[in-house]
Design a protein around this ligand. Structure first.
Ligand SMILES: Nc1ncnc2c1ncn2[C@@H]1O[C@H](COP(=O)(O)OP(=O)(O)OP(=O)(O)O)[C@@H](O)[C@H]1O
Ligand SMILES: [Mg+2]
Length: 242
């Protein structure tokens, strides 16, 4: 810690993932090595079925590698139990998916407050904290509505607010702006950039080539492997020339 050498906040070493399917074993991640430092903003691109979501699930501990090592936010995930991982995730990692995120029986505000209860953070000020987060994602008016009463894009923004509830070191998104119109996506992108400038590390999968083009580091997953930077498919990333 204090020896001055900077540890990556995300480290995947030779990660393999093999799913058992009816048709036999399916090798989805084929020896992935990935090092991401604190405060980096990384886009993950690649064709459908290449293994992006599987890779993201390794970083959040939602799924486990068949072999290899995963270290995130100072924690080795590969030897932890389910409950310990869930607790660790709640305190350290914010996760945003494209669909199915909010609990339908809780209001938007209660959804945003939920991770705070789980980790025991922001005691006595959870409601205020959650309202601040809803303002940050431009949703001040729907706090007391239920997810079924708001649009898909509003739900996704509420899910982003919830992912930020415990001020996570690492924010991971699997197409976190996939349901948003251009204006909302722009607002969320500015928020992500702001978080990165404050030291948050962000890794997000995107199929949006314009969005990928605005993200400083792009990694392409192809057939279960990360391709070298010089071989990244230009069709997946629109770099604007200035
Ligand atoms: N739980 C699972 N069991 C079996 N096979 C799986 C499982 N999860 C994913 N796969 C398979 O692994 C491969 C990679 O899937 P993954 O979801 O990681 O792709 P992706 O790159 O995220 O694709 P998309 O862009 O469509 O979201 C696919 O062939 C998929 O069918
Ligand atoms: Mg996916």
């Amino acid at each position: 810690m204090s020896n001055g050498s900077k540890q990556p906040v995300i480290l995947l070493e030779n990660v393999e993932k093999v799913y058992k399917t009816k048709a036999g074993p399916l090798r989805v991640l084929k020896g992935v090595n990935l090092e991401i430092n604190e405060g980096e903003f990384v886009a993950v691109v690649g064709p459908s079925g290449s293994g992006k979501s599987t890779l993201i699930n390794m970083i959040t501990g939602i799924d486990r590698p068949t072999s290899g090592e995963v270290h995130v936010a100072g924690q080795r995930l590969t030897n932890m139990g389910e409950n310990a991982i869930a607790k660790w995730r709640g305190a350290n990692v914010g996760v945003v998916f494209q669909f199915f995120q909010l609990l339908p029986t809780l209001t938007v505000l209660e959804n945003v407050m939920m991770p705070m209860h789980y980790v025991g953070s922001y005691k006595g000020q959870r409601r205020e904290r959650a309202m601040e987060l809803l303002e940050l994602v431009d949703l001040p008016d729907v706090a007391n509505k239920y997810p079924s009463q708001i649009s898909g894009g509003q739900q996704q923004r509420a899910a982003i607010a919830r992912a930020l509830a415990n001020n996570p070191k690492v924010l991971v998104g699997d197409e976190p702006t996939g349901n948003l119109d251009m204006v909302s996506a722009g607002i969320m992108f500015a928020l992500f950039e702001d978080l990165v400038s404050q030291g948050t590390t962000i890794v997000m999968v995107t199929h949006d080539r314009d969005l990928a083009g605005q993200i400083p580091r792009v990694e392409e997953v192809r057939d279960g492997q990360i391709v070298p930077h010089e071989e990244v498919d230009e069709r997946l990333v629109a770099r604007s020339v200035e």
